[in-house]
Design a protein around this ligand. Structure first.
Ligand SMILES: [Zn+2]
Length: 389
């Protein structure tokens, strides 16, 4: 590492109080840190995108470490299903905004640091303005649109983007920093995967401790960049597999053709990431709301309700009258469905069913609708006796 991303002028301008010297004593006695490094940490500002699975451990340890300004951006509320991994929040916080809950916890951990709360969705409209105030971005987002957005704005602003992602028993992390000679996210993935092809945590699950491990690695990398010590994960990606306890390292290369950091860039500002990632494709298939489905049921209208989730999900929760045909079987079992009457397709949250609607449309079904929000929305808005999972 050539040096800290915090220049001397800024770290020289801060002082450590007697209390801080005591608080950080285990840092100060290490020759790689000392009061010099601790002042760099205090002078630094880090933005965590998301106060969820990855953002929780990252923010906790960055606060402990004495990062002077810690920003959090999130718009979500704490939900019971979050607590299996989002260690910033507790049972008493269910229903509260994640930012408020995170703020209480982080202030308790370290009242010496400044917390900046951005209570909004990180979007093309606000991302550049938010990122401008920080030295490093820790991307704890759980969707492709936000990942491309945070990557692009960090490239534009010449700030390191500490990336992490988790899936079931696996996770990976790296540092994207073209201005420090590394690749960016787009160098690796010029195109997002087709919508619906990659399930998220809500659909595929994640071992709760996994984001803990990856989020802490993101904190480690952030602290190293600030202290200017060690070998940062620039141009290297670490992949962790929990079941075998394998850490693998992959070399990453910059793509000279990269549209944001390449030799002839074509993108100079945030784009429409929802459109780029096809996240709006859910809306491009005909859809009905859970209220409309309830009305159809109450009116005894003729239609077929198809559940494209897996059998184990059907065991946990179901909507009465639904016929189970898992997404992987829908194409070959399409003949089991009646073409004459409307078909409403549902899954857990609406993504798999949107894909099923498209598959059925390709097979000539003209009267097929996606249930918006899936069985989750049904449980929330219509029938709370249907368990959420
Ligand atoms: Zn790039």
């Amino acid at each position: 590492m050539k040096g800290s991303i915090i220049d001397d002028k800024r770290s020289d301008a801060v002082q450590l109080s007697a209390k801080e010297l005591q608080r950080y004593s285990r840092h100060l006695i290490m020759p790689e840190v000392t009061a010099e490094g601790q002042k760099r940490l205090k002078a630094a500002s880090v933005l965590c995108i998301g106060a969820g699975g990855l953002g929780s451990p990252a923010a906790l340890y960055l606060a402990c470490a004495g990062v002077g300004t810690l920003g959090l951006v999130d718009f979500d509320r704490v939900d019971l299903t979050n607590l299996q991994r989002q260690v910033l929040h507790g049972t008493k916080d269910i229903g509260r905004s994640k930012l408020e809950s995170a703020c209480d916890r982080l202030q308790d951990i370290n009242p010496e640091i400044e917390l900046k709360l951005h209570d909004c969705r990180f979007s093309s409209g606000n991302a550049q303005q938010i990122v401008a105030d920080y030295d490093v971005v820790v991307d704890g987002s759980d969707n492709f649109a936000t990942r491309y957005l945070s990557n692009d704005v960090c490239v534009f602003a010449r700030k390191p983007n500490v990336y992490g992602s988790v899936f079931r028993f696996e996770g990976q992390t790296t540092v994207f920093a073209p201005h420090l000679s590394g690749p960016c996210y787009r160098c690796l993935f010029p195109e997002p995967p087709p919508p619906d092809s990659v399930p998220n945590c809500a659909q595929a699950g994640v071992l709760g401790v996994l984001p803990g491990i990856i989020g802490m690695l993101q904190a480690v990398e952030t602290i190293k960049l600030i202290l200017g010590i060690g070998e940062p994960l620039i141009g290297r990606l670490v992949h962790f597999e929990a079941l075998k306890v394998h850490f693998r390292e992959l070399k990453l290369r910059r793509d000279p053709q990269c549209p944001v950091c390449g030799e002839n860039p074509t993108i100079f500002g945030p784009i429409d990431y929802d459109q780029f990632c096809g996240a709006r494709e859910d809306g491009s298939v005909p859809a009905v709301s859970v209220q409309e489905l309830k009305r159809k049921m109450d009116a005894s209208e003729a239609f077929e309700l198809v559940d494209v989730r897996e059998p184990f999900e059907f065991e946990i929760a179901r909507i009465d009258g639904a016929k189970l045909i898992p997404l992987s079987e829908i194409a070959e079992r399409a003949d089991e469905l009646q073409r004459e009457q409307p078909i409403v397709v549902h899954c857990h949250s609406g993504r798999r069913s949107a894909q099923a609607v498209r598959l059925l449309q390709q097979r000539g079904f003209a009267n097929v609708y996606n249930l918006e929000g899936g069985i989750d929305a049904w449980s929330d808005a219509i029938d709370p006796s249907v368990p959420k999972y």
